[in-house]
Design a protein around this ligand. Structure first.
Ligand code: ATP
Length: 327
């Protein structure tokens, strides 16, 4: 990549700004009154359940869907009004296969380079660099439709980068990839970020949320929180209790219905208890364990991870959170 961190005027100035951005389909508010800023150089992770509005937001930012109300800008330019001029500013990797399956790897890269008007004298060298970066040299003459899922995702990323944009929109770039290819994709994203590219990425994987510099939680079209993973974890004010119990599945069902418990999740065979007063609960259980059919084998306090934090925000476990810390 030619773009270097140092070539940017200010790392902490917003490259993307959303102000009351809204998209409605009939009565459905797919994205509701979304306001946030993303600074240059961030890896911004956009998290939400299926249907939360992540793709709709990204499509508006890419000028592919017109906002119903509100506005968004990239480098100060309105994403809808200036959509044609803005196309060169970003690369977009859509969730669905966006390549031409009958064209080879090389032909796909050349096609996208042509569409983005990459000068001919620069095109071949740039494509060779991308082939090396994506580890696709040996596949240059293979039809895109015959590539494995992981290789296709890498080629799609290469095509999104062929015009060397300062900003990348990636819609679930690792969905369906095995752990090795997921790691390879993230290594590439870190390289790109290191070279000064701002990355806006949607994901369902909570371990990927940990790798982002900033994370936004979207729920039913609304932004629940936006901060760094460390800050978000810091807003988890309740203690998180983990239990080893037997039989675990019976315990999961019983504990979910127990008073004082907001939710329970199964993690590597142990149960995580979401309860605002977990210490009181544990003290009561140590005096008298109320589930004779379930054996309590061990208990410990756990550090909340992004999955716990996302669960608490999206399920509305507000009594466990100190939301004022990120306002
Ligand atoms: P996923 O993780 O499943 O990709 P998402 O968070 O990206 O979900 P969106 O695809 O943005 O969610 O969808 C948000 C809501 O808007 C959903 O209820 C969806 O059905 C609805 N929606 C999206 N596009 C349209 C459309 N063109 N017409 C009508 N409804 C739509």
């Amino acid at each position: 990549m030619d773009v270097k961190r140092g070539s940017f005027p200010q790392m902490n100035e917003p490259i993307i700004s959303l102000a009351g951005l809204t998209k409605s389909y009939g009565n459905l508010c797919a994205v509701c009154d979304l306001s946030l800023e993303i600074n240059r150089g961030e890896i911004f992770g956009f998290l939400g359940a299926n249907g939360a509005g992540k793709t709709t937001t990204m499509r508006m930012l890419c000028g592919l869907a017109r906002p119903t109300t509100g506005r968004a800008t990239i480098e100060g330019a309105d994403v809808w009004q200036k959509r044609r001029a803005l196309r060169v500013k970003f690369g977009y990797m859509a969730q669905k296969f966006s390549l031409y399956p009958d064209l080879t790897v090389l032909e796909n890269l050349r096609f996208f380079a042509g569409a983005y008007r990459v000068p001919r004298r620069k095109m071949e060298a740039r494509i060779e660099r991308l082939l090396a970066q994506m580890d696709l040299q040996a596949k240059r003459n293979t039809a895109a439709g015959s590539l494995s899922g992981g290789m296709r995702q890498l080629l799609a990323l290469g095509c999104a980068l062929v015009h060397e944009p300062p900003l990348l929109f990636l819609d679930e770039p690792t969905s369906g990839l095995d752990p090795v290819h997921r790691q390879q994709m993230w290594d590439l994203l870190y390289d790109l970020s290191h070279n000064g590219i701002t990355i806006f990425v949607t994901t369902h994987y909570m371990d990927e949320a940990e790798r982002c510099t900033e994370v936004g939680f979207l729920h039913e079209g609304r932004l629940l929180a936006k901060a760094s993973p460390r800050t978000l974890k810091g807003t988890f004010k309740a203690k998180l209790l983990e239990l080893d119990v037997k039989p675990a599945m019976d315990a999961l069902v019983r504990l979910r219905e127990a008073p004082g418990i907001l939710g329970v999740s199964l993690r590597s065979g142990s149960l995580r208890i979401y309860a605002p007063e977990a210490e009181t609960l544990l003290a009561d259980w140590q005096r008298r364990w109320p589930f004779p059919e379930i054996s309590l084998l061990a208990e410990r306090w756990a550090e909340p991870d992004m999955e716990d934090v996302f669960t608490a925000y999206s399920q509305g476990y507000d009594a466990m959170l100190n939301k004022d810390a990120i306002r």
